[in-house]
Design a protein around this ligand. Structure first.
Ligand code: GTP
Ligand code: MN
Length: 226
């Protein structure tokens, strides 16, 4: 982990300020992967991934687990996905992503390599000159459990990653606790948006369910509903 990085232009940027509470959603826009590759080559690029498994378990006869989604508590107190900055020029997004997944969650790359087909979306923060590529890979539940257990052996365990967590995708009767309250956490970069987009694109929740949860989250944090 370094606190500064040099852009291909020679400019030094302060990585420490990435994903801080000052990052506003308004600073982040979505672009295509190709456009980011062509037009934003001079920015820093990062790639993160959502590993998940569908799960039909019902908790306490009440709440549908629906899916287990793996996220992590980062060293800086933000929640995020496993992944990280790409080595400029020397590796593709997928190569860098796989390298970071091995370092951060000890992912067995022989069994579970991610590929460009797993790409979900790309965001850019122009203020930070940071491009954030995002991937998602569905696993069987048995594979997910194995990946989760193996994460304790990662090189970055206890350093960059302070623990992997699962995302609660249900809501309790007060219409706050569960997924809405989870969304009220502090997230790194565009991780909250990435989570919502992947849940929608992979049809883990329906658009109606997702919108309802987002409305409850917005009410909880005092934002007007959409
Ligand atoms: P370093 O060793 O510090 O380079 O860490 P790293 O290579 O693991 O990079 P990191 O995962 O910290 O990602 C780089 C930047 O991307 C961070 O400074 C965050 O602002 C942002 N970031 C971190 N996690 C996520 C995430 O899950 N989603 C998104 N969109 N951005 C993230
Ligand atoms: Mn990282």
């Amino acid at each position: 982990m370094s606190l500064t990085a040099q852009l291909p232009t020679g400019e030094i940027v302060d990585l420490w300020s990435y994903g801080t509470p000052n990052d506003a959603s308004a600073d982040i826009r979505e672009v295509t992967f190709e456009k980011a590759q062509q037009d934003l080559r001079h920015y820093m690029h990062a790639a993160h991934a959502m590993i998940y498994a569908r799960d039909d378990t019902v908790l306490w006869d009440k709440y549908n687990v629906t899916a287990n989604i793996l996220m992590q508590m980062r060293f800086d107190g933000n929640l995020g996905f496993a992944g990280g900055l790409l080595d400029h020029g020397s590796e593709s997004a997928v190569e860098g992503l796989n390298r970071e997944l091995e370092e951060e969650i000890n992912l067995d790359l022989k069994k579970y390599p991610l590929s460009q087909e797993d790409h979900i979306c790309t965001h850019v923060n122009d203020k930070k000159k940071l491009v954030m590529h995002f991937y998602a890979k569905e696993m069987k539940k048995t594979e997910f459990l194995e990946i989760e257990r193996n994460a304790l052996g990662a090189k970055e365990w206890g350093v960059e990653s302070l623990g992997i967590i699962r995302v609660p995708l249900y809501m309790v009767e007060d219409k706050t606790r569960g997924f809405p309250l989870f969304l009220a956490n502090q997230f790194a970069g565009s991780a909250r948006e990435q989570l919502l987009i992947a849940i929608c694109k992979r049809k883990i929740l329906t658009k109606e369910q997702l919108n309802y949860f987002i409305d409850c989250y917005r009410k909880h944090v005092g934002l007007n509903s959409t």
